[in-house]
Design a protein around this ligand. Structure first.
Ligand code: ADP
Ligand code: MG
Length: 794
């Protein structure tokens, strides 16, 4: 029996899910597969695992001894939910653990294990019967992440298998599967007879949502960061007390908005903590919103704007928007307590959103999608929704993968707005017009599986003896083109044979926690004695964003200050006055910025000393240098992320171990901690190896193409030199593209951007494309398609 503190009891009591405990447990008892639908915040994630535990699941000497596994699509949620559930369970807090790649707290006492869906997938590859578990909860199924979809499909078979095993062997228990969704849209799971032969039991938890008043914008401003800033300023001045939650698309935007808001409402000139980048990237592959789009010259340029231009009270009409009827009148506190929330933020920083703001401050949370359903923040009354998110796009015909900022779905917009109605009636300001919402927002977002290349999935399934991937019971099967494309690439990488069977190379590739492209690079990586370099390179390429953008760099002077705060001393920054003066401090700040810029440029230039045309070789250099001085201060002074580099190091070690234990020729492989720089010959060989994994993603300089397109202007800068992918880009649904839409350009973050136009190489191998971030209200694309280059090719 779990004893909980009175506060926890009280909170639990109010959760709709708790009212349904008996119904839920009876359903689980009577059915192997149960689907629970309930609004975000109703208590699914925190309570259902506890129900299972309290009815004996996960109890070692009970009738159902296996662990209760709970999967999350996001690392943030896996870690923070395990902490929350641990807290709620009082004297049983030690039975709750989490496991994300390379990091976890699981031990022999663990009864409830929170993990990312990727972790469970890898476990299923080792033991398809998942004998360690008595129950699996697949959470956030509505998000339709690839891993979740595959897990659900796989578990539909595992549940059956465990039933059969249990009938033969009484020591083996059946497995219970609970699928949880924040929306009622579960027909892909229930109406799919290929997936579940009998319709699973569905329990709908009645929500206790308060009404949320919608405020659509009159017109849709394409510069939504600016628009968010203006709206938040107005709202803050006019609205009664209550927390604000702002949905942005990524960390960069959050940093910019935070800086502007802090300058106006937050306190002194110290922006160190808003731009402080203490990043933990615990698991590759990265989550989409972690991808740093960097600054592209022809994108919205929102960095050097002068906030003083914007007059706040000029537009009476807009002010009216914030004249809401509310039982509480008057305006809220004068100051803002601004907190960022995104998945790469360290858990400790993330947890701050759950604490009440300091006296006299309004809580303002600037969040990515993480706050849409995974985390529930108490006290939010006002939501500002930009209506956008970073998303993965994939063209199954050309196989081109890209990341874009696009409109969210109506379902997501509803979820976001709902975040304002948890504790009482709330308001949501949508920074887009109702016309745009009606016309451009899809009803639901597409499952991720339909938006990404699936060669990794296909190889994984095939190496688990599922030869006919078409027959796999995907909740939403991927388009045939994707499957064909994936098989073609795998054939090309020698991972499968012409007839679609896994080759010995393919099954070796599937052992590595890498995408098939990187696994292939690794397996040819021993040529020219390159193996230690290849290991470092693929580990680097498959990790999250390694570089800290200049505008997010920590000013050297404040590094110490933030360290001090980390040690637990008081952070008084937010208690300073709201008024800011232009002082000599500003001048000094400008001076400091200039110094940072110089240091930043020097660091990047140095990383390119082996080769000035290759992002891949530059990355290798970073990983190599880090090995010589694996410290946080080295990372800070070189504008790279410590946590990401540490993770790369762990991955290097893991890859080396896997090579040693799985490939006889490498049985005695030893990789020294530090490496000498590769020779020029090795550099050339490494570039060829990179190309071998991406040979279908090569672009040729347009003026060197067999039939060069007619160009009107001669480019003056490298980033304006047009390239043409050798496999031409195609429009969606086969519609014809204009010439400009077929062209791709060097991304400004690449070393290639520093070349002169004449030096730009004939061929570039790229990892993926980044399409113009913004589609304006008029539907016009505003920027060029950029290549995230890997290397030149000679
Ligand atoms: P669901 O999974 O249905 O979206 P959760 O179980 O995540 O709901 O959350 C239930 C409630 O628990 C939330 O409304 C929130 O108020 C509270 N809660 C969750 N995590 C925390 C936390 N770390 N600190 C304080 N309250 C929390
Ligand atoms: Mg939840």
């Amino acid at each position: 029996v779990v004893t909980r503190t009175p506060e926890i009891q009280e909170t639990r009591f109010r959760l709709p899910v708790v009212a349904e405990e008996q119904k839920i447990m009876e359903a689980i008892h009577d059915n192997d597969i149960v689907i629970i639908c309930g609004a975000t915040g109703s208590g699914k994630t925190t309570q259902v695992p506890q129900f299972l535990f309290e009815s004996g699941y996960g109890v070692p000497d009970g009738p159902t001894p296996g662990m209760i596994g709970v999967t999350q699509p996001r690392r943030v949620a896996a870690v923070s939910m395990s902490k929350r559930v641990g807290e709620e369970m009082g004297d049983y807090s030690h039975v709750v653990s989490y496991q994300i790649r390379f990091e976890g707290t699981v031990d022999s006492k663990t009864a409830i294990k929170f993990m990312t869906d990727g972790v469970l997938l890898r476990e299923a590859a080792i033991d398809i019967a998942l004998r360690k578990y008595s129950a699996i909860i697949i959470d956030e199924a509505h998000e339709r992440s690839v891993n979740t979809d595959i897990l659900i499909a796989m578990l539909s078979r595992v549940v059956k298998l465990r039933r059969e095993l249990a009938e033969e062997d009484p020591t083996i228990k059946p497995l219970k599967l609970v699928i949880m969704s924040a929306t009622l849209r579960v027909e892909e799971f229930t109406q799919n007879s290929n997936l579940f032969h009998t319709t699973p039991r569905i329990i709908e938890v009645e929500g206790r949502e308060h009404s949320v008043t919608m405020h659509f914008a009159k017109k849709t401003n394409h510069d939504y960061v600016d628009e968010a800033f203006r709206k938040i300023c107005r709202g803050h001045r006019k609205l009664p007390p209550g927390g604000m939650l702002v949905f942005m698309t990524g960390q960069g935007e959050i940093a910019q908005l935070s800086k502007r808001l802090k300058a106006r409402f937050g306190g002194g000139m110290n922006t160190a903590s808003t731009t402080k980048v203490r990043i933990s990237a615990n698991e590759a592959p990265m989550e989409v919103e972690d991808i740093d789009f960097g600054e592209v010259d022809d994108d919205r340029n929102i960095n050097d704007r002068d906030d003083d231009d914007i007059s706040i009270a000029s537009d009476e009409e807009e002010d009216k928007e914030f004249e809401i009827e509310d039982e509480e009148s008057g305006t809220g506190p004068l100051k803002m307590h601004i907190l960022p929330l995104f998945s790469l933020l360290p858990t400790k920083e993330q947890m701050k959103v759950f604490e009440p703001p300091p006296e006299g401050h309004r809580l303002v949370i600037l969040a990515t999608n993480v706050a849409e359903t995974s985390l529930t923040i108490p006290g939010i009354k006002y939501v500002f929704d930009t209506g956008r998110s970073k998303e993965r796009k994939y063209d199954p015909v050309s196989g081109v993968q890209s990341f874009e900022i696009g409109w969210i779905s109506k379902a997501s917009a509803k979820q976001r707005a709902g975040r304002a109605g948890r504790t009482g009636p709330g308001h949501c300001w949508r920074l887009y017009s109702s016309a745009v919402y009606e016309r451009d927002f899809p009803e639901f977002s597409e499952p991720e599986l339909l938006r990404m290349p699936i060669e990794g999935v296909v190889l994984q399934l095939k190496s688990m003896n599922l030869q006919h991937v078409v027959n796999f019971p995907f909740p939403t099967p991927p388009p045939r083109e994707s499957l064909i494309k994936a098989e073609k690439l795998l054939t090309y990488l020698n991972a499968i044979s012409q007839t679609g069977q896994v080759t010995p190379i393919g099954s070796t590739m599937s052992i590595f926690p890498l995408s098939p492209r990187f696994a292939r690079i690794l397996l040819i990586g021993h040529l020219h004695d390159c193996l230690p370099y290849t290991v470092a390179l693929v580990a680097g390429l498959s990790a999250g964003e390694i570089y800290i953008p200049e505008n997010q760099a920590i000013p050297a002077a404040s590094v110490q200050e933030s360290k001090k705060n980390d040690d637990g001393s008081d952070d008084d920054e937010d208690n300073r006055g709201a008024v800011t003066f232009r002082t000599t401090e500003d001048v000094l700040a400008d001076d400091r910025r200039a110094k940072i810029r110089a240091a930043f440029n020097a660091a990047h230039k140095n990383f390119c000393y082996l080769d000035d045309k290759s992002d891949a070789i530059k990355l290798l250099q970073v990983v190599g240098e880090f090995a010589h001085d694996p410290t946080e201060s080295w990372c800070d002074s070189h504008f790279v992320r410590f946590k990401v580099l540490k993770e790369i190091k762990q991955l290097q070690k893991q890859l080396t171990d896997l090579l040693r234990t799985n490939i006889p020729a490498f049985a005695n492989l030893s990789v020294p901690d530090t490496l000498d720089p590769p020779s020029q010959k090795q550099v050339q060989a490494l570039k060829q190896m990179v190309a071998a994994g991406f040979i279908d993603q090569v672009a040729i300089r347009a003026d060197k193409a067999p039939t060069p397109p007619e160009m009107y202007r001669k480019p003056k800068r490298a980033i304006d030199v047009p390239y043409l992918p050798l496999i031409p880009l195609e429009g969606e649904d086969g519609h014809k593209l204009e010439l400009e839409e077929k062209l791709v350009y060097i991304h400004p973050s690449s070393p290639l951007a520093h070349l002169s136009v004449d030096e730009c190489p004939d061929y570039i191998v790229y990892a993926y494309l980044q399409k113009a971030g913004n589609t304006g209200a008029d539907g016009q694309k505003r920027a060029k398609t950029r290549m995230h280059a890997l290397t030149d090719l000679t």
